[in-house]
Design a protein around this ligand. Structure first.
Ligand code: SAH
Length: 232
């Protein structure tokens, strides 16, 4: 082979590689939805489609990319984690997201849950308390979506200017349900939130605001989330 042929072959390889990689990630993603999510009972079509569409590997640190589709949470730096895929799907399905919904998320982290919600809902507002994580997630999300808004703040107070919300997803475990979040939920709206102490058993709670403003809460399953932090 002469130099020119070798050069052309190398160039070809450079073009083919990302394509091959993307296909292999797509295969892993489809397998993830089949074996971790559908197999465990998630049936909402919009949720399943969003889980198949969002490239989870783009929301994890480089060192974690090869584990991106595994059945577990992964570290994303600053002591935080991206939730296990099944938990993301479960929390998405349970709030019954619709295309005309305005949704609030507390705990942007990697931005992955926000991306899933953005695939389904009209507008997603997400709050992260760690500046560096919030900025990184904002960069990734803005490159893909024009319906996600990231704020760096203590999510305890919600996002008053944008309230009320059709649904609220909290992805850090609080000792109790923050009253401002309950207030910012629309009548008929749903909130999903892990409640419990960092070193004790936590429970995923579903909070529903009835049309008359009454609140019901239901404990769904034991979980382990990173703690809900408070700004000093
Ligand atoms: N939804 C995220 C999960 C990240 S873990 C994802 O898909 O990757 C939970 C996140 O909540 C962490 O990034 C943590 O910094 C953040 N967090 C904790 N307390 C918070 C608070 N009071 N307000 C906003 N974010 C908070």
């Amino acid at each position: 082979m002469n130099r020119k042929t070798i050069f052309s072959l190398l160039l070809l390889l450079l073009f083919i590689c990302p394509e091959v990689l993307a296909n292999s990630f797509e295969r892993e993603r489809n397998a993830m939805v089949r074996s971790q999510i559908r197999a465990r009972g998630i049936r909402d079509q919009a949720t399943l489609e969003a889980m198949r569409a969002v490239p989870r590997h783009l929301y994890v640190p480089a060192a974690q990319i090869r584990f991106a589709y595994q059945d577990r949470p992964l570290p994303i730096g600053y002591g935080q984690t991206i939730s296990q895929p099944y938990i993301v799907a479960y929390m998405t399905e349970i709030i019954r997201p619709r295309p005309d919904h305005k949704i609030l998320e507390i705990g942007t982290g990697s931005g992955y849950q926000a991306a899933i919600l953005a695939e389904i809902a009209d507008q997603v507002y997400t709050i992260e308390i760690i500046g560096a994580l919030g900025k990184q997630a904002r960069r990734k999300l803005e490159a893909q979506y024009d319906n996600v808004h990231v704020k760096i703040a203590d999510g305890y107070y919600g996002w008053e200017e944008q309230a009320p919300f059709d649904a609220i997803v909290v992805t850090a475990a609080a000792e109790y349900i923050p009253p401002p979040l309950v207030e910012q939920l629309k009548p008929g709206g749903r909130m999903i939130i892990p409640v419990g102490s960092p070193f004790q058993m936590q429970h995923l709670m579903l909070v529903e605001k009835k049309e008359d403003g009454g609140i019901t809460t239901r404990s769904l399953m034991p979980v382990r989330f990173v703690p809900f932090e408070r700004a000093d």
